[in-house]
Design a protein around this ligand. Structure first.
Ligand code: PLP
Length: 429
C-alpha cells in the first residue's frame, strides 16, 4: 500500500537551478546554444512548439502581418481575427463558438473564471483540483497547487481545492476506479456542504501538467460533467497544455469525449508567438464592453501566426503523428521500465509522455534529486528533458517534443534517457 504524498510542502528537495543555457537558434525539434551546441528539445519550450520551432509557414504569416499592421485595439475588427476565429471553429467542439483572446494562458484562465461568474452572478465559489496548475497571475496562482513559501498569499484570491484521483498513487491503496468514485463523491459533498454559497465553475486540466502528468480514470471526466450538469455549474477545461494535438487529438475534450462549457487554450496555438484564449458555449452570456479588455489582446501578429499554426497542424496531420510517436515512445519506456527500477510509472497519451521516478517501487518515494540529475546529464548529452514543477520539487521526466519530431531524434532522446537512468542507478548501487 502506498500513502506517499508527492506534494509535501517542504523545501528539502529544492535544489539550485541548473546553469542557464542561452539559446540562439531553433528549428523543428532542435535548438542551439551560444556555444553552437545542438540539443534535441523534448520540452518544446514549455510544451508550446507543438508545430516544430520556426515553421516557415508561421514565420511568413507573421512577417506578412507585421508589414500590414502590428497593433490594433481589440474593439476594432481585423482580418487576422476573423480568419483565426473561423479556423478555430473548424477544429473545436461544435457548441463552443464564442471566443476571446489573450497573450498568456494565465490571463485566458482568468477570462474563463470571469465568464463563469458573469454567467452565475449569485455564485461566490470556484472549485479547482488539488494538483492543478493554471498559471502565475494572481488569480491563477491561487487556483494552482500550493506553492511553498508563497509570498503572494495576502493578495491572492482563494479557491476551494478538492482531491482528485491519482491512479499511480491511489489513497490507501484503493482501486483507481473506486478512488475515482470517492473523489466524485467528495466533489459533490464539497459543492453541497464544503463552501458557503453557490459554485460558479469547476476548473480542471484534463491531464495535470505541472502537477505531475496526472490523468484520471475516464469515469472521473464523465462524473464531473454529470455533477456540473446536475448543479448548474460550468465545467472549465484548461487545455493550455493538452490542446492542439498534444494528446493525439485536437483537444483532450475529444480524447475523453467530453464537451466542457469553456475551454482555455494557449501555448501550442501560437506556433511560438504569444497567443491564448477561451472557447465558450454558444449560449453563455458574453462580456459587456469594458469587462474584458486587454490592450494587446487581439495582437494581429499572434493571431496571424495562430491561424498559420492551426492550419499547419491540420495539414501535416500532427494529431496522428503525435499519437504514433507517443505510442512508439511509450512502448520504449515500458520496456525500459522492466530494466530500470528507478522508473515507477510510464504515462501518455499522445506526446504528453512522462515517466515518474521513484527511489523504491514499493514505497513509491519520489526520486526528486535523481530527476534533476537526469535533466543535468541530458543537457551534457545534448537532450533537453522536461522537468515537473520547479526548483526540484517534481520527480517526473517529461518527453514532450514538437509533435512533428523526426523518429530518429525521438529515438536518440530515448536512448540518452535509457543510458542516463542506467548511470544514475549504477551510482546508487
Ligand atoms: C495548464 C496550464 N494552464 C495555464 C498555464 C499558464 O500559461 P501562461 O504561462 O502562458 O500564462 C500553463 C502554463 O504552464 C499551464 O500549463
Amino acid at each position: 500500500m502506498n500513502t506517499m504524498n508527492t506534494n509535501t510542502l517542504s523545501n528539502e528537495a529544492i535544489v539550485a537551478p541548473a546553469k542557464k543555457i542561452n539559446l540562439v537558434k531553433a528549428r523543428g525539434s532542435l535548438v542551439w546554444d551560444d556555444t553552437g551546441k545542438e540539443y534535441i528539445d523534448c520540452t518544446a519550450q514549455a510544451w508550446s512548439n507543438n508545430l516544430g520551432a520556426n515553421d516557415p509557414r508561421v514565420v511568413e504569416a507573421a512577417i506578412a502581418q507585421l508589414r500590414d499592421m502590428t497593433h490594433i485595439r481589440p474593439n476594432f475588427g481585423s482580418a487576422a481575427h476573423t480568419r483565426l476565429v473561423s479556423k478555430l471553429r473548424e477544429v473545436s467542439p461544435a457548441s463552443l463558438n464564442q471566443m476571446g483572446f489573450a497573450l498568456h494562458g494565465s490571463l485566458a484562465g482568468e477570462m474563463a473564471m470571469k465568464l463563469a461568474f458573469k454567467n452565475n452572478p449569485k455564485a461566490q465559489n470556484l472549485i479547482v483540483l488539488q494538483d492543478g496548475y493554471h498559471g502565475r497571475s494572481l488569480a491563477t496562482l491561487g487556483a494552482s497547487w500550493p506553492h511553498p513559501n508563497n509570498p503572494f498569499l495576502p493578495i491572492q484570491p482563494r479557491f476551494t481545492r478538492v482531491p482528485h484521483p491519482y491512479p499511480y498513487r491511489t489513497r490507501m491503496g484503493m482501486d483507481p476506479e473506486a478512488e475515482s468514485q470517492l473523489c466524485l463523491a467528495l466533489l459533490e459533498e464539497t459543492i453541497l456542504k464544503g463552501v458557503d454559497g453557490a459554485v460558479a465553475a469547476i476548473m480542471m486540466e484534463p491531464i495535470q501538467g505541472n502537477g505531475g502528468h496526472i490523468e484520471f480514470p475516464r469515469s472521473y471526466y464523465k462524473g464531473v460533467r454529470d455533477i456540473c450538469d446536475r448543479h448548474g455549474i460550468l465545467m472549465i477545461f484548461d487545455e493550455v497544455q493538452t490542446g492542439f494535438g498534444r494528446m493525439g487529438t485536437m483537444w483532450a475534450a475529444d480524447y475523453y469525449d467530453i464537451v466542457p462549457d469553456i475551454i482555455v487554450f494557449g501555448k501550442g496555438v501560437g506556433g511560438g508567438f504569444p497567443l491564448a484564449g477561451i472557447l465558450a458555449r454558444d449560449d453563455l452570456k458574453w462580456f459587456d464592453e469594458g469587462e474584458e479588455a486587454l490592450t494587446f489582446g487581439h495582437f494581429p501578429v499572434s493571431l496571424a501566426a495562430g491561424h498559420a499554426t492551426v492550419e499547419a497542424i491540420v495539414a501535416d496531420g500532427l494529431c496522428e503523428k503525435a499519437r504514433l510517436s507517443g505510442e512508439y515512445a511509450t512502448e520504449r519506456l515500458l520496456e525500459m521500465r522492466q530494466r530500470h527500477p528507478l522508473i515507477g510509472d510510464v504515462r501518455c497519451p499522445g506526446l504528453m509522455v512522462s515517466v515518474e521516478l521513484v527511489k523504491d517501487r514499493t514505497t513509491k518515494e519520489p526520486a526528486r534529486r535523481e530527476s534533476q540529475e537526469v535533466y543535468r546529464l541530458g543537457v551534457e548529452r545534448g537532450v533537453l528533458f522536461g522537468e515537473s514543477r520547479y526548483a526540484g520539487l517534481g520527480n517526473l521526466i517529461k518527453v514532450k517534443p514538437p509533435l512533428d519530431i523526426e523518429r530518429a531524434q525521438l529515438s536518440r532522446a530515448l536512448d540518452v534517457l535509457d543510458e542516463i537512468i542506467g548511470i544514475i542507478e549504477e551510482q546508487r548501487a
